[in-house]
Design a binder for this molecule. Structure first.
Ligand code: FES
Ligand SMILES: [Fe+2]
Length: 360
């Protein structure tokens, strides 16, 4: 369906129709989102203690798959289907503690915390019962630092996906970063989710779109490093304002890094600054509408006002404005597709290659 030339010098971008056609948007559900890793929550916020449970939808208003995250009595996490295997009632409706295992409120079917069927009233005489289909389907669940992820049907291992972040940023005590609700908010963007990612994946536009940020970053040393399922953009400080204190032996030791912009396929962005982490999750809603959740995790409050991570709200609004203009442009009958700058758009090229690979 889509093909992206591996050689960036010859490659063309995804066509404008990709960002507008309902069929392309739908295809991403099963081929991209069902097959990738999605953040559920962080362990400080929910499911902190044994027997804690939290119902959630895989992706709100996009892929409404009812799921249940819980911590069993032995402290292990599970992610299960939240649909009763009898007649399909939602099992757990509200977050809370499940002291007696999972019990369906409709006809009393019971399950262990790992989803195994236990019993059901009035089942005498039923043949071939219980069988494997009576258990709740279990999804993979992975925790990295305080963050908990799942996947409906992963196309690649979690460890391969996250290892670049761990290698680059693992020296920071990320698990001690504290979520700040006051510094977090959602943005509704009138653009396709992938356009928002395209824009994120190149620093090419920084001097044109983010004048304030451009004054802080050294344009010539701005670079992108690719992993198999993600990439990292590295912002080097112009004047040495607010940079990371990199430990000896770190691959960037000796450089004045003021920001690590990590993107993980398809829709997760982890922006590390000396003050902490600004996480962006891009969630599709319609072909021309997405929601971008900005979640701030503060490490060092004293560094919040300075450097490349000082005004993430302004930078976001500048990005939003330009991306909405691109959405309009990609609908034009005169726009087919574009080209990649080999020097400045390796990240966008990688994203388009991965999308084309997943969409088949
Ligand atoms: S639907 Fe759950 S026991 Fe009947
Ligand atoms: Fe930007």
């Amino acid at each position: 369906m889509y093909k992206i030339e591996p050689d960036i010098r010859r490659a063309a971008t995804l066509p404008g129709t990709f960002y507008n056609a309902p069929e392309a948007f739908e295809a991403c559900k099963e081929h991209v989102f069902a097959r990738s890793w999605q953040l559920i929550t962080d362990a400080d916020e929910t499911v902190r203690l044994p027997h804690d449970a939290m119902p959630f939808s895989f992706m709100d208003n996009f892929m409404e798959e009812p799921l249940l995250l819980l911590r069993d009595g032995a402290d292990a996490l599970h992610c299960l289907s939240n649909v009763c295997t009898h007649r399909g009632k939602i099992l757990v409706e509200h977050a809370g503690r499940l002291e007696r295992g999972i019990v369906c409120g409709y006809h009393g079917r019971r399950f262990q915390m790992n989803g195994t069927f236990v019993a059901m009233p009035e089942s005498q005489g039923m043949e071939n019962f219980p069988c494997a289909a009576d258990n709740l389907p279990a999804l993979p669940v992975r925790q990295w630092r305080q963050f908990i992820f799942t996947s409906l049907d992963p196309a690649f291992p979690f460890d391969t996906w996250i290892e670049g972040v761990e290698r680059k940023i693992g020296f920071l005590p990320i698990e001690t970063f504290r979520f700040s609700a006051a510094r977090s908010r959602d943005y509704l963007v009138r653009a396709n989710w992938a356009l928002y990612c395209d824009n994120y994946l190149e620093g090419f536009h920084i001097p044109f779109v983010h004048k304030g940020l451009a004054n802080l970053l050294d344009w010539n040393s701005y670079r992108t490093e690719l992993d198999r399922w993600g990439n990292c953009q590295i912002g080097i400080s112009k004047g040495g304002v607010e940079v990371f204190d990199l430990p000896p032996g770190h691959e960037d030791y000796g450089q004045m890094v003021s920001a690590y912009y990590y993107w993980l396929f398809p829709n997760l962005m982890l922006n590390f600054y000396p003050w902490g982490l600004s996480m962006n999750i891009v969630r599709p809603l319609q072909p021309n509408l997405c929601k971008v959740s900005f979640r701030a995790y503060v490490w060092d409050e004293t560094k919040l006002g300075a450097g490349a991570g000082a005004d993430v709200d302004l930078v976001e609004r500048e990005d939003e404005a330009v991306v909405e203009q691109v959405q309009i442009g990609t609908r034009s009958r005169f726009y087919q597709h574009g080209r990649f700058s080999p020097e400045r758009e390796q990240g966008v090229h990688q994203f388009h290659r991965l999308l084309a690979e997943m969409l088949g």
